[in-house]
Design a protein around this ligand. Structure first.
Ligand code: NAP
Length: 166
């Protein structure tokens, strides 16, 4: 990566958005419109990070939720009207402070613009996954914290909590 490229990345992530994702060892994040695992400890981690913030997601991720998550303001990207939730354009979402929470299309769209990335690596390789998180190699992220977590009684797999910054 040359100096001009690094400078461009810094300019582009001059917004107040972070991103949070859980993926397996192959980058898989979804299967048939759902999460492909049961990981209660990761859901708690997600809650700790996103509580009292704006959360921004794609329409398909919105439809995968059981409803609105407490104490968070929800924004959904869609090219159509979506009932019972605020919709937002990509350009307006870039002006918000908050968290990009998925799914695959929306991660890809916002990844060049976020400063912080919380990525949980679920210690497995899921079969039949149909949605993936992009490879972040060469995108200017630096791993600043990594924590190994053993599976609790309501988790299927061990996991690693990572925090990346640029
Ligand atoms: N493991 C994780 O951390 C995690 C997190 C979140 C989601 N997921 C999983 O990811 C999967 C869903 O991901 P996905 O990629 O299929 O869908 P998605 O990213 O959640 O949503 C895609 C939709 O977003 C809208 N959209 C995309 N680009 C847009 C733009 N530029 N402007 C306006 N609207 C735009 C479109 O909605 P319209 O079609 O309505 O126009 C599109 O169909 C599910 O399996 C879910 O469980 C996993």
């Amino acid at each position: 990566m040359n100096i001009i490229h690094i400078f461009q990345l810094q300019l582009r992530c001059d917004c107040m958005l972070g991103m949070i994702v859980a993926c397996d060892r192959n980058g898989a994040i979804g299967r048939n419109g759902k999460l492909p695992w049961k990981q209660s400890t990761d859901l708690k981690h997600f809650k700790n990070i996103t509580l009292n913030s704006n959360i921004i997601m794609g329409r398909k991720t919105w439809e995968s939720l059981p409803g609105k998550l407490p104490k968070r303001r929800h924004f959904v990207l869609s090219r159509n009207n979506v009932e019972n939730v605020e919709t937002i354009s990509f350009d307006d979402a870039l002006k918000l402070e908050g968290w990009i929470i998925g799914g695959g299309e929306i991660y890809k769209l916002f990844l060049p613009h976020v400063k912080t990335l919380h990525r949980t690596i679920i210690d497995t390789r899921i079969t039949g996954a149909d949605t993936f998180f992009p490879d972040i190699t060469g995108m200017g992220f630096e791993l600043i914290e990594q924590k190994q977590i053993s599976a609790g009684e309501n988790d299927q797999f061990d996991m690693i909590f990572q925090q990346w910054e640029r």
